[in-house]
Write a protein that binds this ligand. Structure first.
Ligand code: CAO
Length: 555
């Protein structure tokens, strides 16, 4: 196994470029032609491919380093002698055109010595076919300087700006973002004044300059094409002053983003100088899939938390009323948490075919037990709450009816073998749902204590994201406040939620007479795609049995 130093190859007359992205790390197996690093000048960026297949043993460059011809990028343990040999001989796919090509002469379409029009064509871009236009930097009416960048094109390995061959006023642009172009394609029509035509005729700058490419022999050096490409990055274009205006990302990241449909300008880059890395793309995609982040397009389509026009749902517009016409008003922006929870609630209310079953549980004995326990534990400082008993009772019911502890994933149901229970907490900032983990393994005292701590954190606005995620079922208790029944909204991707209201003493017929019993109103909302009405009724009945005789939790 030979150790091979992969060097920056001949990069023409250009001094240094900055390493802006490392695409491999020690231990990675790289193929010949696989991109290793991305380098950038002020006008373009490109990926430098490997000439050698093997395993990366050592990185010799770091982010921000300046590299030039001969700089060692990394050390690779070549896969085999054959691999090494082939890596020397093989020229990876061109990232940028390989040969200098005289610029096509612009064709004046009107032989007018005072003012004439002139066509600007795509110059020689070598072997490249169908490169995508990813940015148009000018618009009709703009005064264009010679060599000013008109558009940016991109292949899967490099992006480059295509300059104008002439100065003039842009009268017509023949390409738009998303088009693909080839050498000779008509890009734009300029209106040029008098002598400009004769002075500038024939000086169309190629998008990529000619660079002689020395043969690589002793070390597996960068392929000729890459050398030319890097040289292209450093091409002096004195009048190129249009800012690139694109999100800071390598061509491959931009290509990947297009494939995923990720709007790059909405992704925050974590790389050098805010550069967007593949990890940033993945994190953004995950966040969107999890509903934690909305793209601008989604936000535009989705009805807002309140007052959205409902157009996306095919509904008539939200009524627009000038409330001030009817009396004095005060307008207040909704808080951040209300906005976020509002959007989630709306999605869950609209997308889940939810049904709510109401029932009552006799908690006379349980409440007596709770009160006596609290008396006994007065000194401990931990107050046992009815909600803690409800959590334990729900875990028992969830174990008996596991579909209530599941989530829909496409056409599959994911059954969770853990029981993390969320509870709605009313806070000055709005509704929050802290999660108590592994409630099956905890006693009522511990659950009460954790609930107290989490509820306090929620009210103080100190809950971390980890303390609000992972719930398998949620309880929303309005018992301390009042009410009889309500219809809680399921906290997706859970499939059920239990609403609890204030218990009251009620006359209950025991078969012989009416007796006073403390009755707790239960409201169970369930996702009808996952749960049937009969199962919901059974769940509530079972819950009622446990609450009326808590010893059943042990069964
Ligand atoms: N029936 C009768 N009394 C009840 C009860 C019930 N179901 N549940 C609680 N109580 C009593 C408690 O025993 C307590 O009385 P004491 O002070 O005399 O002991 C009092 O009501 C206050 O209880 P609490 O609400 O502070 O405590 P909790 O454990 O029941 O609830 C918490 C904690 C965080 C869930 C609660 O404070 C809260 O925020 N509830 C609102 C949840 C909510 O907003 N849900 C709606 C979501 S949909 O918009």
């Amino acid at each position: 196994m030979a150790l091979v130093e992969v060097q920056v190859p001949d990069i023409g007359d250009f001094d240094e470029v900055t390493v802006i992205e490392l695409m491999v790390k020690v231990g990675d197996t790289v193929k010949a032609e696989q991109s290793l690093i991305t380098v950038e000048s002020d006008k373009a960026s490109m990926e430098i491919p490997s000439s050698t297949a093997g395993v990366v043993k050592e990185m010799r460059v770091a982010l921000g380093d300046k590299v030039k011809q001969g700089s060692i990028v990394l050390v690779v343990e070549a896969q085999s002698v054959e691999g090494l040999a082939s890596s020397v001989e093989r020229v990876p796919t061109a990232a940028i055109p390989q040969s200098p090509t005289p610029a096509p002469n612009p064709q004046p379409s009107t032989p007018n010595p005072v003012s004439s029009t002139l066509e600007v064509h795509v110059p020689d871009i070598g072997d490249f076919k169908d490169v995508a236009v990813i940015e148009v930097m000018v618009k009709p009416g703009d005064t264009i300087k010679v060599e000013q960048s008109l558009i940016t094109v991109e292949s899967d390995k490099a992006s480059m700006e295509i300059p104008s061959s002439h100065a003039g006023v842009l009268t017509e642009l023949k390409v738009k973002v998303g088009d693909t172009v080839n050498i000779g394609d008509l890009l734009a029509i300029l209106s040029v004044q008098g002598s400009a035509l004769s002075v500038e005729r024939g000086v169309m700058p190629a998008a990529v300059p000619a660079v002689p490419v020395p043969a690589t022999s002793t070390t597996p050096a960068m392929p000729a094409s890459a050398a030319q490409a890097v040289s292209a990055l450093n091409t002096e274009r004195p009048t190129l002053n249009a800012p690139l205006g694109l999100p800071h990302a390598s061509p491959s990241v931009r290509k990947f983003a297009r494939e995923l449909g990720v709007p790059l300008d909405e992704v925050k880059g974590s790389g050098l100088k805010g550069r967007i890395t593949p990890d940033d793309l993945q994190a953004f995609t995950k966040a969107v899939m999890a509903g934690a982040v909305q793209t601008k397009a989604q936000a535009a389509k989705a009805p807002a938390a309140s007052g959205g026009d409902g157009a996306a749902l095919g509904l008539i517009p939200w009524p627009k009323v000038d409330f001030a016409k009817f009396g004095p008003i005060e307008r207040k922006e909704m808080g951040r948490i209300k906005k976020i929870s509002g959007a989630n609630l709306l999605r869950n209310a609209v997308l889940i075919p939810a049904v709510t079953n109401h029932d009552d549980a006799d908690i006379t004995d349980l409440e007596a037990f709770r009160v006596s326990t609290n008396k006994e534990n007065e000194k401990s400082g931990v107050k046992v709450t009815m909600l803690a008993f409800l959590i334990k009772a729900c875990v028992a019911a969830l174990k008996k009816y596991p579909e209530f502890n599941s989530s829909l994933d496409g056409e599959s149901l994911v059954y969770k073998n853990y029981w993390h229970i969320g509870f709605a907490a009313d806070t000055p900032n709005g509704l929050m749902v802290p999660v108590i983990r592994d409630c099956d393994k905890k006693g009522v005292l511990q659950i009460s204590q954790e609930m107290g701590e989490l509820a306090k954190k929620a009210r103080d606005g100190k809950l971390g994201p980890a303390e609000m995620t992972g719930a398998t079922f949620t309880i929303s208790s309005l018992g301390g406040i009042g009410g009889k029944y309500f219809t809680p909204i399921i906290n997706a991707p859970e499939v059920a939620i239990l609403g609890v209201c204030k218990s009251t003493m009620e006359p209950v017929w025991d078969g012989k007479q009416f007796v006073p019993r403390l009755m707790l109103p239960l409201s169970l909302t369930w996702d009808h795609r996952v749960i049937d009405g009969a199962a919901a009724a059974r769940f509530n009945a079972f819950l009622g049995q446990i609450l009326s005789d808590f010893r059943r939790v042990l069964l």
